[in-house]
Design a protein around this ligand. Sequence first.
Ligand SMILES: [Zn+2]
Length: 217
Amino acid sequence: MINESTNKTITNHNQIDEGYIKYNCIWEKASPPSEVYLTEINHWRQKLFELELIGVYKDSGIGYGNISTRHPKHNDQFIITATQTGGLEKLSKNHYSLVTACSIEENRVYCRGLQKASSEALTHYIIYNLNNRYNAVMHIHHHKMWKQLQFKLPTTPRNVTYGTPDIAFEIKRMYDRNILESRIIIMAGHEDGVITFGNNMDECGDVLLHYLSYISV
Ligand SMILES: [Zn+2]
């Protein structure tokens, strides 16, 4: 529906990347983020795609994985891969969306770009809110990593569903207990789901590759 006062499209997004997450996306169709801000994120997105940490489940056709970076000039905003881009081999600036605000309580994401932000933007938002030094977030899917590292590294409970306010409170609680120095979270309630974060894109990616190297095949 269109909110006439703001001319923004409001979508109750039932059909999303990973099938079951419901979030309210308030999307302003606008120019995509400038390429100037996308070099590093796109470099890492490509790498993660090649490693199949971002991709598409062949049986269901559902895309998975997303990556974001804090906006260098607007500290409270971040740039994230757009919804349903998991299966695309190469991304251009058109496949990125700027998240300008979020409401955890209302499960609501405000974004701008040619496409809507990933349905998992809210979890990225939670990480950026923990600490101003975190400037990069990766959310990937890897079954063995998820299974083998569960409860060995910081893990959100099985009964906490991804993309809900509960996950925000869990992550905040983990941060307050100082157990997020490892900069990785395994999401027991979100099959195959792993999050890493860091001061910059390289650090975030290195954390991910570091733990990936421990996984036995
Ligand atoms: Zn996921």
